[in-house]
Design a protein around this ligand. Sequence first.
Ligand SMILES: [Zn+2]
Length: 481
Amino acid sequence: MKKNQKNKFYITTPIFYINDIPHIGHAYATIAADTLARYYRGKLGEENVLFVTGTDENSQKTINAAESKGMDVQEYTDETAKKWQDTFSKLGITYSRFIRTTDDDHNNTVRDILTKVYENGDIYKGIYEGLYCVGHEAFMKSEDLIDGLCPDHNKAPETIKEENWFFRLSKYQDKLLKYIEDNPKFIRPESRRNEVLSFIKNKGLEDFSISRESQSWGIELPFDKTQVAYVWFDALLNYVTAAGYGTDEFKKWWPADLHLVGKDITKFHCIYWPAMLWSAGLELPEQIFAHGFFNIEGNKMSKSLGNSVSPLDLVEKYGNDALRYYLLREISFGNDGDFSMNRFKVLYESELANTLGNLVSRTAAMLKKYNNSEYIVNLDVKSLVGLEDFIVNLEFEKYLSEIFSRLTALNVAIEDNKPWELIKNDKKKAVEFLSSVALEIISIADDLKYFLPDTCESILKIFNDGRVDDTVGILFPRLDM
Ligand SMILES: [Zn+2]
């Protein structure tokens, strides 16, 4: 990151369309953001971290979804947004705000920014005729189609001809290119940064339409009541609304430190968004990080295959921490991956239940049996160094891998030292050894709590101030699978 000394941390996830209920892909970005938010709260204090997620509601998709259920659009959005909030709560997501783009303060932000951009001369009227993919909520070029269909959505785009308002994106092309070149960490990972740079260099930036004439649902333009704001222009601005745009809070939070996005929406975040912010006289976020996608058992997740995985079904059976662990350990953040139930069970059994769970329970059990549930607290133990760089750089899998190597080493040390034999002729040595293991587990729990919050809370109850509490229960129970 550009600044080494942060005094606040503002992190966002993408806001999600509400034509669907959350699947595991949505949980992925949100769990990653939650892990970072927990880490920075520990570093900077609770009051200095803002973590925002939410729903993108002013979309044609919303109207279509409401119509297909025969519901009023407002009623539909209220009901669906609630489902998203409930899911994130059940997943233990500690967001500071769940923003909905139908919130009043967001409406005010959008209208205010549109006015500023308009007065700045960056909005003009034109005719748009072209192909529009509702799945993308974006215009498409015929050369992007395969057999007349959008390759991502397998659907023919609609032909739209309307009088729209346009944003002068082309005006910002050179400035943006220079900015991205001068700030190597602005877009990460490197592969996504290179894509954006080559897009700007090879295709160039064209002005884009920021309004819709025919759509009945959305935020009305302040300078033309016959049109509503284009959903992406509206949605991106959620990040400034949630930072308290128009209030004193805004100075504290803006610019955002990190936008986590999916790799399919980098164009909107890395090209449209900076230009919009410049036009409105606002600073750019410090970093945009695009995570990869994962297949489900080797296949692309799709409605037609019906193979989407519900995060709630998984956590009901295995617990929140098992899902968090799988997603951040198995898939290198920024790359694509695969969700496999078999791998999920393997990691649960071998790493969570055996390496971690068993280490905790055998250490606690031996201390109970050999030393009346007491351990020595004033021993020197080593703690893991260099972990912070991994989390700050979003290398979650490396962070977890370091920790689990150490846990494995502790299990090996128990086998080597054989406290069950040592206790027979050198009780002092046996108790010291087991105490040092307990203290190291405590130290590791302190590093691991951002990733496995429930588990680490339990660990810190089990080993608490020199005493072992054996009422906490097993950390990762074996399930007959
Ligand atoms: Zn599409």
